[in-house]
Design a protein around this ligand. Structure first.
Ligand code: M6P
Ligand code: ZN
Length: 185
């Protein structure tokens, strides 16, 4: 007799449910390298949550041929005039790609190639973003509510944070006259 199984995880009301979900949060105190305005950063409560990530990793890290899935929730806010955003990373195996699909809120996907050319794509509910290999990616919340999005990436991609934490992206996303603007640093 063939078995009919329940799925291991579910997405209910845009939140993941299930036993095998990993949850992390990133707070102001974890993001000191990331934001440009260090003076503004010092004035914020170090425990303030900037974003949370729920991930479902059905195979071991670095497994070739598998896939990982996650939802990122970025809270609304700014550090100085820079929007709350993720750390951002290249993949350790540089040529690995990724998909982002926006669930709620509004934001910007900031992309940078290995020659440090930086550009951005608008994120809003239903927007789907293909992040090609060799491209660093970071997301920023430009709205007044949570920005959340689905992400799907290869299980052997890995995260390389070093370049971004040392040199950042070549452009930052700031709030100017109430609107997002991508400007050189
Ligand atoms: C998405 C995926 C994850 C990533 C997360 C947060 O969910 O790209 O792999 O970890 O965003 O981004 P970061 O790791 O840059 O903080
Ligand atoms: Zn990635």
């Amino acid at each position: 007799m063939s078995k009919i199984l329940e799925p291991e995880i579910k997405c209910i009301n845009k939140k993941l449910e299930g036993n095998k979900i990993e949850r992390i949060d990133r707070r102001i105190k974890n993001l000191k390298d990331i934001f440009f305005d260090k003076g503004a950063l010092e004035k914020l409560n170090p425990e303030t949550i900037v974003y949370e990530v729920e991930s479902y990793l059905p195979v071991a890290h670095n497994t070739e041929g598998g896939l990982f899935y996650g939802i990122t929730y970025i809270h609304p806010g700014v550090v100085g005039n820079e929007y709350f955003m993720t750390k951002g990373h290249f993949h350790k195996i540089r040529n690995r790609g990724e998909f982002y699909c926006t669930l709620q809120g509004e934001g910007m996907l900031i992309l940078m190639d290995e020659s440090r050319n930086t550009w951005a794509e608008k994120m809003y509910p239903g927007s789907i973003h293909y992040i090609k290999g060799n491209t660093a990616h970071r997301t920023a919340n430009t709205g007044n509510s949570i920005l959340s999005f689905n992400a799907f990436w290869p299980s052997d991609a890995g995260h390389d944070y070093a370049i971004i934490s040392e040199n950042g992206f070549s452009k930052i996303l700031i709030k100017k006259d109430g609107k997002p603007e991508l400007v050189s640093r």
